[in-house]
Write a protein that binds this ligand. Structure first.
Ligand SMILES: [Zn+2]
Length: 315
């Protein structure tokens, strides 16, 4: 029997893992996640741009050939990519984590392989995650939101009046590389500058603040610090408060520029729950100019799946 269902594949490309999600279009046009699979990211030394896209195409082809869940090349309706770097009009400008430095037309390469009937979209991963969360649970309730994905890096996606804010070259809202630590001890960031928001808050930054305050290197990630703070370790709590104060500074700037109704906290740090969002709320008080009501600080729902949901949201 012929399968008339429509399938979509969302691909979230990270520095260590590429995540794939298979979606089926439901009756109300919503996309339902059927299956996920992960592969390690392999960054090739020669032509890394072409190599990574070739790898993604081959993974999708293999999945279609296996005919699992009824998906095949003939009923695949769309492929969406979320990329860890700025993307403008389906054109990846750069992505340091996957060594993407020069121009390569990923959009056309995927179209060529799967045919013109397959829709293709390429988005920045922070933006894709914001779209994913927005379409999954917030649309209809709010029309202006900001997602801060606090993983090892920090991804920020802003949707105002139902529209994703990208900017001329895709870096609008990327406060993760705003300089906030002006001290002599400011750490070097992956982007080449020092003292960026990402170095003092988020998955790695929270640990950095602890290690720097107490001249140690015992903390490997945010989870280490937060779990100690939760059981009343005063040193850990002080470090966490200092780190989240930097984050609330960034939120106050987002409020002044865009005024979203909701700030969603996602990524690994969000697994620590309202313990973290309550501290952020406290530190936001007195930082937001003229607004009588602070934005809602909520936990993201899709966790690590926000990128794959967002990647297919526009298809
Ligand atoms: Zn930076």
């Amino acid at each position: 029997m012929k399968n008339y269902k429509k399938y979509y594949i969302g691909v979230d490309v990270g520095g260590t893992t590429i995540k794939y999600g298979l979606f089926e279009k439901g009756k109300k046009d919503e996309k339902k996640l059927l299956a996920k699979f992960y592969v390690d990211t392999v960054v090739s030394r020669t032509n890394p741009e072409k190599a990574i896209i070739k790898g993604i195409i081959s993974d999708i082809e293999k999945f279609c050939e296996s005919n699992e869940y009824g998906v095949s090349k003939s009923n695949l309706a769309g492929i969406g990519l979320a990329i860890p770097g700025p993307v403008v009009d389906n054109n990846i400008l750069r992505a340091v984590n996957i060594n993407w430095k020069k121009h390569y037309d990923a959009y056309s390469a995927i179209k060529k392989e799967f045919g013109n009937k397959v829709k293709v979209t390429i988005l920045n991963d922070g933006n894709a995650a914001a779209l994913g969360e927005y379409y999954y649970s917030l649309k209809g309730k709010y029309d202006s939101i900001c997602l801060m994905t606090l993983g090892t890096a920090i991804g920020i996606g802003i949707i105002i009046d139902n529209k994703l804010i990208e900017g001329k070259t895709g870096i609008a809202g990327e406060l993760s590389h705003m300089k906030v630590d002006f001290s002599k001890k400011a750490l070097k960031c992956n982007c080449g500058n020092t003292g960026c928001l990402e170095t003092v808050t988020g998955g790695r930054g929270i640990a950095n603040v602890y290690n720097s305050l107490y001249h140690t290197n015992v903390m490997k990630g945010a989870k280490d610090v937060i779990s100690r703070a939760k059981v009343g370790d005063k040193k850990a709590l002080a470090a966490l408060e200092k780190s989240l104060d930097y984050l609330s500074m960034a939120i106050s700037i987002i409020m002044l520029v865009y005024e979203p109704e909701v700030i969603l906290i996602g990524g690994g740090v969000s697994n620590e729950g309202t313990f973290v969002t309550n501290i952020i709320k406290e530190h936001l008080k007195g930082k937001v100019y003229m607004t009588k009501k602070l934005p809602k600080i909520l936990l993201a729902k899709l966790k690590n799946d926000a990128g794959i949901y967002g990647a297919v949201s526009k298809l």
